[in-house]
Write a protein that binds this ligand. Structure first.
Ligand SMILES: [Zn+2]
Length: 270
């Protein structure tokens, strides 16, 4: 017989009953057997009670299954919405050449480059690096260079903020990439240009960054993953509820037989 968790109130009742029927080790074997049978009877009665509840039309398992099904419908709707690709903002930038300058990949790394005549300097926080014992590298921070100057003159007014933010992020990505290439002894990119920071995403048309990452698609994919995980969790939970209910209902004939057996034993001994 598989071990079952008995609810606290039952466990207490069992405790009390066994306390009434004697003093543990000093009990005589007949009394001990009787106490054991009484405990079994309480547990079996609980199983039958749960089985009858599970077999009834309005039971907690069916109610929870209905709630979980409702939650799954919500997640399915969210998945449809998350799958919808919103066409991103886009405005092309010119192929202004990028000249890579001095790169120091040491403890306090610094990266210099120029986009056309606009010079950029990125460096890690000196204080941070000197604190030492830091395993993670500190991030590069832009010290000089004006991203605004890189926005094409014909950029629509409503896209300027988005494009500025995108280029700012992408230049940081490139600065980090140049630092890491130097650190790893990898070759520098050939003929980089500003256009490498704003190629259109083949999926949504938004700007992609220096590494070809589209933030809009990355966010959408992260959301999809999250929703799929949630969908899986709800499915599992629903299956568990259904399984538990079935187990309780199907276990009733056996529980009733055990109850008859225990009660016969009790009648004989009592
Ligand atoms: Zn995209």
């Amino acid at each position: 017989m598989p071990t079952r968790d008995v609810p606290p109130h039952l466990a207490q009742a069992i405790e009390k009953r066994s306390g009434e029927s004697g003093m543990g080790p000093l009990q005589d074997p007949g009394q001990r057997k009787l106490a054991g049978l009484r405990r079994q009877r309480v547990v079996i009665l609980f199983d039958i009670e749960q089985g009858e509840l599970a077999a009834s039309t309005d039971n907690p398992w069916t109610q929870r299954i209905a709630l979980l099904t409702e939650a799954m419908t919500g997640v399915a709707d969210d998945l449809v919405a998350a799958n919808t690709i919103e066409p991103g903002p886009y405005h092309a930038v010119p192929e202004t050449p990028i000249a890579i300058g001095a790169i120091d990949s040491g403890d306090a790394a610094s990266v210099e480059f120029a986009v056309g005549d606009q010079r950029f300097l990125y460096s890690e926080d000196q204080d941070w690096a000197e604190r030492g014992h830091q395993i993670a590298r500190s991030e590069l921070v832009r010290r000089t260079g004006d991203v605004d100057a890189l926005l094409p003159g014909d950029t629509p007014a409503d896209l300027r903020d988005d494009l500025r933010a995108h280029l700012s992020d992408s230049l940081f990505v490139m600065a980090s990439d140049l630092r890491d290439r130097t650190l790893d002894g990898d070759p520098m990119p050939t003929n980089p240009s500003l256009a490498d920071h704003a190629a259109p995403c083949p999926v949504c048309g938004n700007w992609t960054d220096w590494r070809g990452t589209c933030q809009a698609c990355a966010r959408r994919n992260a959301r999809l993953m999250e929703l799929k995980r949630e969908e899986g969790r709800l499915l599992d939970e629903r299956a568990r509820e259904a399984q538990e209910r079935r187990r309780l209902v199907e276990g009733m004939p056996l529980a009733r037989k055990r109850l008859r057996d225990v009660e016969a034993d009790l009648a004989r001994l009592g």
